[in-house]
Ligand binder design. Structure first.
Ligand code: GLN
Length: 462
């Protein structure tokens, strides 16, 4: 689904926003991919009618006016259920809109529903959802990736033109790679996190999934910018690039799947043939970055998830007598296995005796950050695979949490170093999609999107 084509159809009267919604909801029912947790039909049809009026009067307000958009179920949409795919929030109705949701609505975007995900965004396959996994439309035997798996599926299946996800360690880029769509994680501090359920506050970013770069860019322009509810934000400008672009290719990736390595080499050849300069680079601490990510994110999540106490909101248990009883019953019943594992591990790392793990991880994070600044003195962008391995089979990693955690080996360092990155689909081989990410320097998001468009064009012309 492409917004430019939808807009053209609206303009020449071939399609109206309510008709488009009819088609989408029919298809969601027919092809049960389990990409949505909640459909927001009432709001969507209201918004569609309003959009239709603007289209008829030639008064559309933005490029996403009338465009169907899906939102990961860890963003707040006013008066709508927000579950984070967790039993503990199964009946929670959000009393307010996330800033990004408010901005989308003000721009005339139509929110079709809330997408499936790994519980509290912890996972790489969308199998950690209390609503069951989503199905990958490219190949039903493989997982759609995660944690924003429902978002990637909704875009690939044409149930939304654009989707919002969250990327803490790779949760937008990895599912985008597995479903063969674009998935963009902006620089930390560019898009408001107000109304995004906190997982790991120093790493969480709002990400965008789309079937083409133009849609991703239009959405980015809609949601970026300062917000009084998120003090980490700044406005970004386009950074002037007068020199010739140099793209770095990473030569120290351990354990890369042979098939992905071949695609990576071939894509480099095409880039070089087009005249773009390339250079070999080394990403220091790349193998350790996933461990650093896990320690920091688990510590932060154990602290963030303390708020689900069965008292203020979420699941409540009537048969509890003491405070301790309430906590243990609500959290025992409400949280899934992976979330519990992370809370316990995070609490362990934060305990006085083990504080060195967190301390060392913070130091390592700083080193990774500084090293990346050096790399970006030599090159303008980095191209590297989004994942070490091809998409894996459903169920394959569910009993092997360590292997599941390694799914983000090539994405998490960008979150540690505050770098923007976008997954570009690099083809489907034997029904298995491969994704390559383009990574830019912090706050160079606008140029990064332009370069990604350029690269995609070069690859598709070959
Ligand atoms: N898959 C990673 C994890 O499980 C990343 C999650 C994310 O980016 N939200 O932690």
């Amino acid at each position: 689904m492409n917004s430019r084509i939808i807009n053209e159809k609206y303009r020449n009267g071939e399609l109206t926003p309510p008709q488009m919604l009819d088609n989408i909801y029919k298809d969601i029912e027919k092809n049960d991919l389990n990409d949505f947790i909640t459909l927001t039909k009432n709001i969507a049809y209201e918004e569609a009618e309003r959009s239709l009026k603007r289209i008829k009067n030639n008064k559309t307000i933005s490029p996403i006016d009338g465009i169907p958009i899906s939102i990961k179920d860890n963003f707040a949409v006013k008066n709508t259920r927000m579950t984070c795919a967790s039993h503990i929030l199964e009946d929670f109705i959000s009393p307010y809109n996330a800033t990004v949701v408010k901005k989308i609505r003000e721009a005339g975007g139509i929110i079709v529903g809330k997408t499936n995900m790994d519980e509290f965004a912890m996972g790489s396959s969308t199998e950690n959802s209390c609503f069951g996994s989503s199905i990958n439309p490219v190949n039903k035997d493989i997982v759609p990736g995660g944690s924003s798996g429902g978002s990637a599926v909704s875009v690939k299946a044409g149930h939304a033109a654009i989707s919002l996800g969250s990327d803490t360690g790779g949760s937008v880029r990895q599912p985008a790679a597995f479903c063969s769509v674009f998935g963009f994680k902006p620089t930390y501090g560019v898009v408001s996190r107000y109304g995004l359920t906190a997982f790991s506050s120093s790493l969480d970013t709002v990400g965008i999934i789309g079937s083409n770069i133009e849609d991703v860019t239009n959405m980015f322009n809609t949601i970026k910018g300062i917000d009084e509810y998120d003090s980490t934000l700044r406005n970004i400008e386009e950074i002037d690039k007068n020199r010739k672009v140099i793209i770095g290719f990473v030569n120290n990736i351990d354990g890369l799947d042979e098939a992905i390595l071949n695609v990576y080499r071939e894509k480099r050849r095409i880039i070089e043939k087009s005249g773009i300069k390339t250079r070999d680079i080394n990403i220091e601490h790349l193998p350790e970055s996933i461990a650093v990510y896990q320690i920091i994110s688990m510590c932060e999540s154990s602290s963030n998830l303390a708020r689900y106490d069965g008292i203020k909101y979420g699941l409540q248990i009537k048969e509890a007598e003491t405070m301790k009883d309430i906590y243990s019953k609500v959290r025992g019943i409400g949280f899934g296995k992976e979330v519990k594992r992370r809370i316990m591990t995070g609490t362990y790392f934060l305990s006085y005796k083990n504080a060195m793990y967190y301390e060392i991880s913070k130091k390592m994070r700083k080193q990774i950050y500084e090293n990346m600044k050096k790399v970006f003195k030599e090159v303008d962008y980095i191209l590297m695979p989004s994942t070490l391995n091809l998409p894996f089979k459903r169920g394959e990693r569910m009993n092997d949490p360590l292997k599941m955690h390694l799914s983000d080996s090539l994405t998490a360092f960008c979150n540690l170093a505050d770098l923007p990155a976008i997954n570009i689909p690099a083809g489907i081989y034997n029904e298995l999609p491969v994704g390559i990410q383009l990574i830019g320097n912090s706050f160079d998001d606008i140029n990064l999107l332009k370069e990604a468009e350029n690269i995609e064009k070069i690859w598709s012309q070959e």
